[in-house]
Design a protein around this ligand. Structure first.
Ligand code: BES
Ligand code: MN
Ligand code: MN
Length: 455
């Protein structure tokens, strides 16, 4: 049941989110620097208006981190809310049905870049906080830490955590930046994958050549790169980098059987993606392939002539961006080294290769046997009328592993998005149902958590 305050303020809660979504706070592109600051200021102002103390922008060598807090009673537990106000670049722009930074509501969904990832989900926390302040029932102390570099690897956040361990003292971290299974099938994320992101360059002749004059006698870097990349998977779609699987945590058959209970429709999945067949590592289900198994994927490739019409050219260079999603116990730096050594070793003498690590982060599994997890289960059960199920997801939030390492804190991944929300894609959207359900559920988490910690 919605509270009176939520019912009375629904339209304003939405309008304020739409205003935030109009700010193109793209962290990957420096031309949006001013908008990054604008978005950070907006979040800070709204936290202050809602009643938070010490709301401020904390400068970093990169984008500022928004901090704010409300300490109601030092004897109550403290929740550290983490999220990000930066968004992915919106391109390809021509595939958007409405401009990415001019939010529209269509079929009960908010369409805009960042609607789900993560502005919509961050804003739920701000409005839930406002509601608890206004209704005078804030059951826990709360600290907000909303960063602006998540989509580019959170380079400056670990330093901020190390420098501010006192400021960030809390009992648990609460994050809404993941998805649930369906609106009528709530779930809580209990695992995220890690990431190693590499860029490779294969160099052949010192200049683009006439492909008739030289073709056939000189290594074509594009041909070679394709062959090298193709060799990174075997016929079972196992990754061929020596040592890649050495540290991979294998789940027991019981754990896998438990996971398999998660509802999943193969037909709906294929239909949503418009594919005839799925593809992946032999011996594992689609759910397993996208959660508990590591992967290697080309994210982008470029070489030679890609303009209109035909140009007969033998390119001098070929490049690719390659990401590997990692699972618990794999180490992102070790994987980067294994990749580099292997990639260099498979290059023929006719080309030179350059391998660079762009960024990385570790996988995380969050426990289901602590009071905070139980509080999240209870909160969702109250507002959805159904017990949520634990699910491990394929995406990455590298800072989660560092919350544990640096701050000694467990994280609760209480996400309200859907895997069909098109995050990072054109036409990203977020359901109004999800937005309001989040605002309704979050205060219950505070209450349930306070109850379990003071019992
Ligand atoms: N919110 C996502 C991560 C996510 C998405 C987790 C869906 C679970 C389900 C986050 O903003 C993100 O996109 N992370 C990046 C990693 C980062 C290092 C660039 C990712 O997963 O690609
Ligand atoms: Mn996110
Ligand atoms: Mn993202």
């Amino acid at each position: 049941m919605e509270t009176n305050y939520l019912s009375a303020n629904k339209q304003r809660f939405l309008d304020e989110l739409l205003e935030l979504l109009r700010i193109p706070s793209v962290s990957a592109d420096s031309k949006f620097k001013d908008d990054i600051i604008k978005a950070a200021e907006y979040i800070k102002d709204k936290l202050a208006e809602a009643g938070a103390d010490n709301a401020r922008l904390c400068p970093t060598p990169g984008n500022p981190i928004v901090y704010a807090e409300k300490i109601v009673d030092p004897s109550l537990p403290t929740i550290l809310v983490y999220g990000h106000y930066d968004v992915q670049p919106p391109d390809p722009l021509d595939l958007w049905e409405s401009p990415p930074f001019e939010p529209v509501i269509k079929d009960e969904k908010i369409y805009a870049r960042g609607a789900c990832d993560d502005k919509g989900q961050v804003y739920m926390h701000i409005k839930a906080f406002e509601m608890m302040m206004k209704e005078d029932n804030l059951a826990c102390n709360v600290k907000f830490m909303i960063e602006g570099e998540e989509e580019v690897g959170s380079d400056n956040l670990p330093g901020f955590l190390r420098d501010n361990t006192d400021l960030l003292k809390a009992d648990v971290v609460l994050v809404s930046d993941t998805s649930m299974i369906a609106n009528d099938c709530p779930s809580i994320t209990t695992g995220l994958r890690g990431l190693t992101y590499m860029e490779v360059e294969v160099v052949g002749p010192n200049i683009d050549l006439h492909s008739g004059t030289f073709g056939g006698a000189v290594a074509n870097p594009a041909n070679i790169l394709c062959k090298m990349i193709a060799s990174l998977h075997d016929e079972n779609n196992h990754i061929t980098i020596p040592g890649f699987y050495d540290d991979v945590e294998e789940l027991s058959l019981e754990q896998r059987a438990e996971m398999a209970k998660r509802p999943f429709s193969m037909d709906a999945y294929k239909k949503y993606l418009d594919i005839n067949e799925v593809h992946g590592e032999a011996g594992y289900s689609t759910t397993e392939r996208t959660s508990i198994r590591p992967t290697l994927d080309v994210n982008g490739m470029w070489s030679g002539y890609t303009g209109e019409g035909a140009k007969t050219v033998l390119p001098s260079k070929a490049n690719a961006k390659i990401s590997m999603r990692l699972v618990p116990n794999q180490n992102s730096e070790k994987i980067a080294e294994l990749f580099q050594t292997h990639f260099e070793s498979i290059a023929p003498a006719s080309v030179k290769v350059k391998v660079t690590a762009l960024h990385g982060g570790e996988a995380a599994v969050t426990p289901t046997d602590n009071p905070a997890y139980q509080a999240a289960v209870n909160a969702m059960e109250i507002t959805f009328g159904k017990k949520p199920i634990p699910t491990r997801e394929g995406g990455s939030i590298p800072i989660v592993a560092l919350f544990e390492e640096i701050l000694g804190l467990k994280t609760i991944l209480l996400g309200f998005g859907l895997n069909t929300d098109a995050i990072h894609s054109p036409n990203e959207h977020y359901g109004l149902f999800n937005y309001y359900k989040g605002i309704e559920t979050i205060p219950h988490f505070y209450k349930e958590y306070a109850k379990s910690m003071t019992e």
